[in-house]
Design a protein around this ligand. Structure first.
Ligand code: GRF
Length: 222
């Protein structure tokens, strides 16, 4: 742990392959962050096991233990603040978060979403892209705002549809690119190169982006 590295907490509800990609990039030295905590709304999330194996402190909170959705959200952010995290990554965190609860983190919280936003906010993105007959698909990393999957997009990975693609083949192929995209965007954040510009823009090196960065050959390009 070094004082100058960005302290990052991750929230995940599922298997945690994107979390694993962050851990791998950190270990490889390409992602200069300290992963200070992994939190979940599911105590059996694979992500928590992966975190424990990597020696990252974990916690889980049961939504059913709270009378109101937003009580859970406020407690979640209270716990995250207590970890000393400076930035948050949602890596497959499958809950809609209360706008007032997340407000203090706007500009410091990113999410990975498996579609080329603004297309297909919400669930079943692969199926919806297939049903629409799209010729390309992709993943986006965006700043989290009160609008579900609606915050400004920082960067995207695009893939071509191939004949015979079904929902699971597509999801699997895209995942490999998600695993490059998320660490690459978090590295930009860790290096202080990107900023959220209210209400819905992104700046890279102090200059507003007209379009999301694109992942090409493992690198983000303007
Ligand atoms: C990924 O497809 C991500 O884009 C979406 O949820 C999935 C999480 O997968 N938000 P994993 O738990 O990181 O393997």
């Amino acid at each position: 742990m070094s004082a100058s590295r960005l302290r990052v907490a991750v929230l995940a509800s599922g298997r945690g392959s994107n979390l694993q990609a962050l851990i791998a990039a950190r270990d490889a030295g390409t992602l200069p962050v300290d992963l200070v905590a992994v939190g979940s709304d599911k105590d059996d999330a694979g992500a928590l096991q992966l975190a424990k194996k990597a020696g990252i402190p974990t916690f889980s909170l049961d939504p059913k233990a709270f009378a109101r959705r937003k009580d859970f959200d406020f407690e979640l952010f209270r716990r995250l603040t207590a970890t000393g995290a400076q930035a948050l990554v949602l890596a497959g965190f499958m809950r809609i978060i209360d706008g007032a609860a997340l407000a203090p983190w706007v500009g410091r919280m990113i999410n990975i979403h498996p579609s080329l936003l603004p297309k297909y906010r919400g669930l079943h993105t692969h199926r919806r892209a297939l049903d629409a007959g799209d010729t390309e698909h992709g993943a986006s990393v965006h700043y989290v705002t009160a609008e579900l999957d609606g915050g400004p997009v920082i960067a995207q990975a695009r893939i071509d549809m191939v004949p015979g693609d079904d929902e699971s083949a597509l999801a699997q192929r895209l995942l490999g690119f998600e695993h490059q995209l998320l660490p690459a965007v978090l590295a930009l954040m860790a290096d202080g190169r990107i900023d959220f510009i209210a209400p819905n823009r992104v700046a890279l090196d102090g200059k507003l982006l007209d379009a999301p960065l694109q992942l090409r050959n493992g690198t983000l390009v303007d």
